[in-house]
Structures are given as structure tokens and as C-alpha cells.
Design a protein. Structure first.
Length: 133
């Protein structure tokens, strides 16, 4: 899944909910605790824009921040990072390298084994349960 996805702004608006569009295409942030209802079962969190697999449920944890948090992405996740100095802060933005969707930020205050906290907007994710069988 290395192929880049490129769409016009109008195409993204037609595909996404208003909140998902604001977050992923306009670098917005949803309110804390907006998406604390993701299932706890085994599964994969995918990019809401291009469906790329980003995070596994097994790497999700409750950071208390109000946003879905993960200690590491999937090994095959097409994630990129870049410096974000908006809002008078210096942070590291996390984005989907396949479609350039803004996902959230990564911070160095997470649990072991990585010590990282991928703080992701729930509106940028789609959960896909893994079928047992």
C-alpha cells in the first residue's frame, strides 16, 4: 500500500464528515473525549481518508489525554512526522504518508517499550475489528 493518494479539496469534502475533513485536511483538532468509544476488541485503526492500516488495538492505551493514544504504530504503517510550530508550540505532527492526512502528534511521554505517545484524533481513524475464527 505504497501508492500515494491525491484528491481535490472538493473530493475530500465529499468523502469525509465535516469533522474528519477539518481534522485531516485542515490540520484541526477535535475536542478531547470526542472519540472515547472505540471498541476494545482486537482490530486495526485505519486512516479515515485512504484506509491505510496505522495502529493496532494491542498498542492502544488510556493516556488520560482525551484522545486515542498508542505507544507505537504498526510496522507497515505509512506514517510520517514533521515539526509543527503552530499555536505557539513546538510539537511533532504525525500524518499519513499515503494521503497526507493530519492525524495528530507524537510526544516523548508515553509508556514503555517505546516511551512515545501517538496522540491521534479519533475523527482521523476508522476501526476495523479482526474476525476471530
Amino acid at each position: 500500500m505504497n501508492d500515494k493518494i491525491s484528491k481535490t479539496d472538493a473530493e475530500w469534502q465529499a468523502q469525509l464528515s465535516p469533522l474528519a475533513y477539518k481534522v485531516t485536511r485542515k490540520h484541526g483538532t477535535e475536542r478531547a473525549f470526542t472519540h472515547d468509544d472505540f471498541p476494545k476488541q482486537a482490530g486495526v485503526f485505519r486512516c479515515v481518508c485512504c484506509d491505510a492500516p496505522l495502529f493496532d488495538q494491542a498498542r492502544k492505551y488510556d493516556s488520560g489525554s482525551g484522545w486515542p493514544s498508542f505507544w507505537a504504530p504498526r510496522e507497515d504503517a505509512p506514517l510520517g512526522t514533521r515539526e509543527d510550530s503552530s499555536l505557539f508550540m513546538r510539537r511533532t505532527e504525525v500524518y499519513c504518508d499515503r494521503c497526507e492526512a493530519h492525524l495528530g502528534h507524537v510526544f516523548p511521554d508515553g509508556p514503555e517499550p517505546s516511551g512515545l505517545r501517538y496522540c491521534v484524533n479519533g475523527a482521523a481513524l476508522r476501526f476495523e475489528p479482526v474476525e476471530k475464527g
